[in-house]
Design a protein around this ligand. Structure first.
Ligand SMILES: Cc1cc2nc3c(=O)[nH]c(=O)nc-3n(C[C@H](O)[C@H](O)[C@H](O)COP(=O)(O)OP(=O)(O)OC[C@H]3O[C@@H](n4cnc5c(N)ncnc54)[C@H](O)[C@@H]3O)c2cc1C
Length: 420
């Protein structure tokens, strides 16, 4: 008899976990409190697959930089000052992790998780007949100033040391690399292993495939508690009903910390809010996705549209839109792409999403030490799309107690539960 699993959360992490669990022979149910077609943070993001992101958010210099940015109301970073216990503890754990040793220890595990995902995306793109527009053209870190370019060149060197392909490109070579867009920059780092895709199409294709393969979806179903049998979850509970299974996966994104508390588990999490707008008729359409390095804005071509995304606001689980910060994103684009005007963004629909941010910038991926039949798969912060297929594959192996393709020690979901 095949084992059954309930996956709580139908974002990109939940759907990829469902895919590989089903293909590993399990009976799979995905439960999400939102209606069909809503996917938490996974819908309107920048769709980048980023082996270049091998440095976690918790890194030296980030605390000082964050504090400086706080004073700019149009800047990319915000924290709502609060005496909230969860936020204070998260902040303390972040500061504790933001050191060189942590960055060094995280590089290889993150690289391997990204590269496994990239390989799995290639397989899924082939299988789907290119249903979600995977483009393997790399990522450009565009730098306005020579100073930033020099700093980023250092990161490119670290990437090369990890076996990744990254090179410094000056303004002239950049214009040749992507002649479809006019750029006013000192140069860029071309991270050649990176790719981009269209997240909405990916989610649609996954849902369609999963339904065809017999995965059961329970939309508009909010899990509020768990019925326990000693250290085992017997069932998940909504306000009106219970669902039993052999195994459970916690993949509820930014909301995972609070739900984990119902299980008496400490999975520190803060929501990192970001915005995006998608221009259907952009003045120009680049061929390669990019990050405007100084402005911290992501730019991704998706079919004939162009998505622009940014900001990281630690302001609670709140999706409201801060127009000043949004204005900061819009103002930055013409500084790098002079054919664009801020007025190009007027009247555009704005999407907001909550990144699930762990305090050390690493995902939580593994079995709970205290709840025997729970696998945790969350906390992917700004890399959830990039890491999703690898996460899903590893979740499916964990569920069936198989040997995992990668060593998961760095992502241990119990790391703040037992040691603190
Ligand atoms: C502006 C922006 C740009 C980004 N760009 C990129 C990028 O280029 N590349 C990249 O890799 N990542 C990017 N990200 C990050 C990425 O979007 C996230 O890491 C990813 O979507 C997280 O996926 P998830 O499945 O963990 O969470 P979510 O997508 O948020 O899914 C969690 C789901 O759980 C459900 N849920 C929550 N609580 C419950 C409950 N109690 N019961 C039932 N269901 C529940 C929610 O309804 C939701 O559907 C970006 C994010 C933002 C905001």
């Amino acid at each position: 008899m095949s084992k059954s699993v309930v996956i709580i959360g139908g974002g990109i992490i939940g759907l990829c976990s469902a895919l590989y669990a089903r293909r590993n022979g399990m009976e799979v149910t995905v439960v999400d409190r939102e209606p069909k077609g809503h996917h938490g943070c996974s819908f309107g993001n920048a769709g980048m697959v980023v082996p270049s992101h091998f440095i976690p958010l918790a890194a030296p210099g980030m605390v000082g930089m964050g504090i400086k940015m706080l004073f700019n109301p149009e800047g990319p970073f915000a924290i709502k000052p609060s005496l909230n216990k969860r936020l204070l503890r998260w902040g303390w754990l972040f500061m504790r992790a933001a050191n060189e040793a942590h960055v060094k220890a995280s590089g290889i595990p993150l690289r391997d998780l990204h590269l496994l995902s990239r390989r799995l995306y290639e397989e899924l793109a082939d299988e789907s007949g290119d249903a979600f527009g995977l483009h393997q053209r790399g990522l450009l870190m565009l730098c306005k100033s020579q100073k930033t370019l020099n700093e980023e060149a250092h990161v490119a060197g670290q990437a090369n040391d990890l076996g990744l392909h990254a090179k410094v490109v000056d303004a002239k070579a950049l214009a040749e690399l992507d002649p479809t867009i006019t750029m006013d920059v000192a140069g860029a780092i071309h991270f050649e292993d990176d790719c981009h895709l269209t997240p909405g199409s990916l989610l649609d294709w996954l849902r369609h495939s999963l339904e065809a393969e017999g995965v059961v979806f329970r939309d508009e179903t909010e899990i509020v508690d768990f019925a326990m049998d000693g250290p085992w979850i017997r069932s998940v509970e909504t306000r009106t009903e219970k669902t039993r299974a052999d195994q459970f996966v916690l993949a509820t994104g930014a909301w995972s910390g609070e739900l984990a508390e119902r299980l008496r588990l400490k999975i520190p999490m803060q929501a990192g809010k970001g915005y995006s707008v998608t221009l259907n008729n952009p003045p120009q359409l680049p061929g390669i996705c990019s990050i405007l390095t100084e402005a911290r804005v992501a730019i991704t071509p998706m079919g004939s549209s162009l998505r622009i995304g940014g900001t990281m606001e630690l302001t609670g689980n709140d999706l409201s839109i801060n127009r000043k910060r949004l204005g900061g994103i819009f103002k930055s684009v013409p500084q790098y792409f002079p054919e664009f005007k801020t007025s190009d963004f007027e009247g555009q629909e704005v999407w907001s999403g909550l990144r699930p941010c762990s305090p050390d910038g690493l995902p939580y991926l593994g079995r709970s030490a205290r709840v025997q039949n729970l696998v945790v798969a969350t906390g992917h912060s700004m890399m959830g799309v990039s890491l999703a297929p690898a996460t899903g594959k590893l979740v499916s192996q964990l569920l069936l107690d198989q040997e995992t393709t990668l060593n998961l020690d760095a992502f241990n979901p119990n790391r703040f539960d037992l040691n603190d």
